[in-house]
Design a protein around this ligand. Structure first.
Ligand SMILES: Cc1cc2nc3c(=O)[nH]c(=O)nc-3n(C[C@H](O)[C@H](O)[C@H](O)COP(=O)(O)O)c2cc1C
Length: 348
């Protein structure tokens, strides 16, 4: 194994360690969801047990509008995490994003990495989202990316754009010049729809304006705003690289999730939209859905339960979905379209 490959594998495991034990949440930035409240209705006419959370995302039905966020793959521990999360997703009828499949594109490591991403046997029905970085999204890699998605049985490819994370990383991919053109040119060459995501620093109005500049249409099928307020990847990378926070201002830089969501939804009223970044409770999810998201995604809070067992991951997610259901009940929304019609109110 070359030193570079060893680095890739050990960095993934360091990410997991730091995310479990480190202080990786934003300090000075919140999601902004606390600035909204759901309109509670003491005269709701709903029956809690009948509240319908069913949704559809990119053509795949979901029993609740929830995705397991993109986290991991490649190492043995990643395989355990992915299988436990996938088992939970199958039981609950929700979707799941895999972590970066970059390692699968490596000629030497790729084959060995496949089992850690292979979850279709335990999750035959879930919406499964593959993952690759925008900095690995090159024409030469497209056949390999298609093959990597085929091999895991993905429905969709998430392409993550993470300039701040990469800039904080030792030997990160810091050349994003031409990446927008590549998105336009290469997405039609894929056999899968593309969901563009950040990793927790946010996609907002400026990025959407850039996405639309070339043709007036986004070159992607869906967007995950992955905003600020939850896990800060600038913070994670600094802790991994220096063992301390050397650039605190950069660790707290990003577009709050609620703001990113409102900006993208206003520019693209119909695009399938994921709200993520600091989504921690069913109430956070309900507010994000009321503000225009189609589904929400949760990453870091699922790490510990996923390492423990499929039952622990299922219990965490079930509690989250139960709370979301109560939120709809409490504001008189029998289903997600009704929640969206009610909206969320700014706290004055
Ligand atoms: C351990 C870990 C690994 C991650 N790896 C990836 C990845 O490979 N690809 C990706 O697009 N996002 C990755 N993310 C980012 C998450 O998908 C998400 O965008 C971010 O953590 C913000 O969500 P959160 O506040 O719920 O954690 C990772 C997150 C965690 C916690």
């Amino acid at each position: 194994m070359t030193a570079q490959r060893r680095d890739m594998a050990s960095r993934k495991l360091r990410h997991i360690d730091v995310c479990r034990d480190g202080d990786v949440t934003y300090h000075g930035v919140t999601t902004g969801l606390e600035r909204f409240r759901l309109p509670y209705n003491g005269l709701t006419q709903t029956n809690l047990g009948d509240v319908d959370l069913s949704a559809e995302f990119l053509g795949v039905p979901l029993r609740a509008p929830v995705l397991v966020g993109a986290m991991t793959g490649g190492a043995e521990l990643s395989g355990t995490i992915n299988r436990n999360l996938a088992t939970a997703a199958q039981r609950l009828g929700i979707g799941m994003m895999l972590g970066s499949q970059r390692v699968m594109l490596d000629s030497a490591l790729g084959e060995r990495a496949v089992p850690s991403f292979a979850v279709r046997d335990v999750a035959p029905d879930v919406l499964l989202v593959g993952n690759i970085g925008l900095s690995q999204f090159f024409k030469d890699a497209i056949p390999e990316i298609n093959r990597a998605l085929d091999r895991v049985g993905a429905n969709v490819l998430a392409v993550h754009t993470n300039p701040l994370q990469e800039a904080m990383q030792d030997n990160g991919d810091t050349d994003f010049a031409g990446s927008l053109d590549r998105l336009h040119d290469l997405t039609p060459m894929l056999d899968y729809p593309v969901l563009l995501k950040e990793v927790g620093h946010g996609i907002g109005a400026n990025a959407v304006a850039d996405l639309l500049r070339l043709t007036g249409e986004p070159p992607v099928a869906a967007i995950d705003v992955a905003g600020a307020g939850g896990t800060s990847w600038s913070r994670v990378e600094q802790l991994v690289r220096y063992g301390e926070l050397r650039y605190p201002d950069l660790a707290d830089w990003g577009i709050p999730t609620a703001q990113a969501l409102l900006e993208v939804r206003s520019a693209l009223p119909r695009i399938p939209l994921v709200a993520s970044g600091g989504i921690r409770t069913g109430m956070d999810a309900a507010k994000a859905l009321a503000l225009g998201a189609d589904v929400v995604a949760i990453a870091r809070p699922l790490l510990d339960p996923a390492i423990e067992s499929a039952d622990a991951a299922t219990a965490w997610l079930q509690g989250f979905i139960d709370e979301l259901r109560i939120c709809l009940h409490g504001c008189g929304a029998a289903d997600l379209p009704s929640l969206r019609k009610l909206g969320a109110l700014p706290v004055t």
